[in-house]
Design a protein. Structure first.
Lengths: 381, 378
């Protein structure tokens, strides 16, 4: 048994070797460093759900003063662009199938006459619901335009007292008043990048040594299994934290994403989460026999659930019950609550202790399993 | 030709020998499709609601009952203090707060404008938006009914007759009247699956031979570059079709996805699309030296393309420069085509633009990959 000093020395030189491995592969390193940056920018600029330019067609067989005025209202609202005025619904079907319009407003003939006789003018709003989310949003926009126009008609011809009083529904979006998509995605993104770097990278790097047989050499050396794991894992840990820093900085400088809580707590949580990912990566590498199997395992076992079942994109509340139960064992699910809590709600440990505890327990279990699976391997050889 | 036949045989043998590839080809797509079709939704069923009712009237109680009866909300707390409600939201105990002001009923009776407040936890932006529109719709219809009930109709019109709203707007959502999000999502998921299989497997397959050194052995043989590439790509091209067919079958049988247009058009478009997807894989394989590199390059390229191609968010909501980038993305055109044909029943004439663009992009990318590929000794 070597003395403590030499053991630490072995650990240090082993870690140096890992760092050299990491630095030698410039291409991968560059991707790993730039990926979070690129992701924040793509997410921030491109992943927008607000709809600002709805292409609307009008089916107006007999135009009159009021249909023209309402069409003008749509064009003037800034949210709609008139793309076609059609004589009938048959033409409309072609326009929709070609994808040239997102919505259409169908007037019935004699629109102005009916309103003149104090009857209701009849309209039909058709949306292309092949994209249902966009469709329901367009419905809301169009209703607002039509309601405002109806109210202006009502007040000019009937006097305002005739109208049912408008009870407004005042919506307020706490923590993210403008529903800025980048504010929502950055926390998820941090989780994704950390998973990628910690779980996927460590799984691949370890299984590569296995494939090449260099791991056997390490295992018969006096370095202990936990030292091998630690040496493997620490450089990636540093890289992972650097990635959190870049992503946060880009989010802050380019998009002004808020950071309402404590940065130190966020970094601490990121550290714990990265360790969970690294332990998972080690576990996957120990259980698989080739690099590709490890890659596949890491993709299916960590990346996929972190994207789909973590609440990053799709709310957990909308999953079916059994899938909601599955999300409980996914670390990213808890981590994202923590990051969102710190960044958007500005809360601290008092509110987040449960999520932190869950992550800590996961870490303990996975770490024990990872070290065990390594020692067991050593015994088998 | 004979060489190509032998090489093809080798490739098929290698592919089918490798259990892992089979998992990637058959198990993963199915699992992913099942998972994504279930997970990819923004519909929120039981938003937890905190009620701050300062009015205590029949109308306000009716409003709360109406919201809860919709099945979209469950009550998780109530008080008369907005700050208590706020604290509860801060602890993530509730998703939404309904604030009913004092004197709501009287305001409605008197015809004074008034407002009901709905506060949402927008940490989960997509869910918040959807929940707000549910709440707004429910409150809106209830309050309108209440207004009509509470106020005597004789006041409404001086000239007598019914109090008709000046404009009545009916709504109709074509192609997906129930607004089922899954029908929108599944064609997109199929595109993702085919892309991953096509691009990633191509890149990994070639780089693996590089790593193992067998690529050098092939390079010193008189096999031509075109023959080698054809032998590598044809099996994966065919297998991607198998994956697509399986996916479409599952979408039809398990998820009851409507298929209004011709499947032949979809397959023809897929053939063109896969040229591009495999071409990108080939191009990546020329840049990467290790499988790890190939994986990361593929991941970065696919991520950007998949996110910017209208799979999840509409392309037309993106800034102009991003829309231009999306234009050269085969993913975007293929997704648009799949949705148009499957959901809207588009025919070839409707999607000819997409078909032409897919063919052009596919040819260019493949040409780039072939040109970059070198038969060189390391």
């Amino acid at each position: 048994m070597p003395a403590g000093g030499t053991r630490l020395g072995a650990l240090r030189s082993f870690m140096l070797k890992e760092v050299r491995h990491l630095l030698r592969d410039r291409q991968t390193l560059l991707i790993l460093l730039l990926l979070p940056l690129a992701q924040v920018i793509v997410f921030g600029f491109a992943m927008r759900t607000d709809i600002n330019d709805v292409r609307i067609a009008f089916v107006d067989p007999v135009p009159d003063a009021l249909t023209l005025a309402l069409r003008g209202r749509f064009a003037g609202s800034g949210q709609f662009t008139e793309v076609a005025v059609l004589p009938g619904t048959r033409e409309l079907e072609d326009v929709f199938r070609r994808g040239d319009a997102d919505a259409a407003l169908i007037f019935e003939p004699g629109f102005a006459d009916r309103i003149g006789r104090h009857e209701s003018g009849k309209l039909m709003l058709v949306t292309d619901a092949s994209d249902p989310n966009t469709a329901s949003r367009i419905q809301a926009y169009a209703s607002a335009v039509v309601t405002a126009y109806g109210a202006s008609l009502g007040s000019s011809s009937l006097g305002s007292s005739a109208l049912v009083p408008p009870v407004e529904v005042r919506g307020r979006m706490r923590y993210n008043p403008t529903l800025e998509s980048v504010n929502l995605f950055v926390p998820g993104l941090i989780a994704l990048v950390l998973t990628l770097v910690s779980a996927l990278m460590s799984a691949i790097s370890l299984s590569r040594e296995k494939e090449r047989g260099t791991l056997e050499v390490l295992l018969v050396s006096p370095i202990r299994p936990w030292q091998i794991i630690l040496g493997k894992v620490l450089p990636y840990l540093v890289l992972a934290l650097a990635n959190v820093g870049t992503a946060l900085l880009a989010a802050r400088v380019v998009f002004g994403v808020p950071m309402r809580g404590s940065l130190a707590l966020l970094l601490g949580a990121s550290l714990v989460y990265s360790l969970v990912g690294l332990a998972l990566g080690v576990l996957i590498a120990a259980r698989t026999s080739s690099q590709r199997a490890a890659m596949l395992g890491a993709m299916v076992g960590t990346m996929m659930p972190s994207t789909l079942l973590s609440g990053m994109v799709f709310p957990i509340a909308s999953l079916p019950g059994w899938l909601q139960l599955v999300t409980v064992v996914i670390p990213a699910r808890w981590f994202i609550v923590i990051v969102r809590g710190i960044m958007l709600r500005g809360v601290g440990l008092t509110e987040l202790w449960m999520e932190m505890t869950v992550l800590a327990v996961m870490l303990a279990v996975l770490l024990a399993a990872a070290i065990r699976s390594f020692s067991a391997r050593l015994g088998n050889q | 030709m004979r060489t190509l036949r032998f090489l093809l045989r080798k490739e098929f043998l290698q592919l089918f020998r490798d259990r892992l590839v089979l998992v990637m080809l058959f198990v993963m797509p199915i699992a992913q499709l099942l998972l994504m079709a279930n997970a990819a939704t923004f519909e929120v069923r039981d938003a937890r609601l905190y009620i701050v009712d300062m009015d205590h009237s029949t109308t306000s109680r009716g409003l709360v009952e109406h919201l809860l009866a919709s099945g979209r909300f469950v009550a998780r707390g109530s008080s008369e203090s907005m700050s208590l409600a706020d604290a509860s939201m801060n602890r993530r105990e509730v998703d939404a707060i309904l604030g009913i002001p004092r004197g709501l009923e009287q305001d409605i009776v008197a015809g004074r404008p008034t407002a009901v407040q709905v506060v949402l936890n927008a940490e989960d932006g997509a869910a918040a938006g959807v929940t707000q529109s549910y709440a707004a719709q429910i409150v809106d219809t209830y309050v309108r009914d209440a207004g009509a009930r509470l106020r005597p109709p004789t006041r409404a019109l001086a000239g007598g007759g019914a109090a008709a709203a000046p404009i009545e707007m009916a709504r109709s959502a074509w192609y997906n009247p129930e607004l089922v999000y899954r029908d929108f999502m599944i064609p997109g998921v199929l595109v993702v699956l085919v892309t991953i299989v096509g691009t990633l497997l191509t890149a990994l397959n070639i780089v693996r031979e590089k790593e193992a050194g067998t690529l050098d052995q092939l390079n010193v043989t008189p096999i031509g570059k075109a023959t080698f590439i054809a032998a590598k790509l044809i099996p994966l091209w065919l297998l991607s079709f198998v994956v697509l067919s399986m996916g479409l079958g599952i979408a039809r049988i398990v998820f009851d996805l409507p298929m209004r247009g011709s499947i032949l058009v979809v397959f023809f478009a897929a053939a063109l699309y896969l040229l591009g997807a495999l071409g990108i894989g080939l191009w990546i394989s020329t840049m990467a030296e290790t499988q790890q590199q190939a994986l990361f390059v593929s991941y970065s390229i696919m991520l950007v393309y998949l996110l910017m191609s209208g799979l999840f968010t509409p392309v037309r909501s993106m800034p102009i420069w991003a829309q231009w980038i999306a234009q050269v993305s085969p993913v975007m055109h293929f997704t648009a085509l799949m949705r148009a044909v499957l959901i809207k029943g588009a025919v070839v004439a409707d999607v000819q633009r997409e078909l032409i663009l897919l063919a052009t992009i596919g040819a260019c990318v493949l040409a780039l990959g072939v040109w970059r590929y070198r038969k060189r000794a390391n």
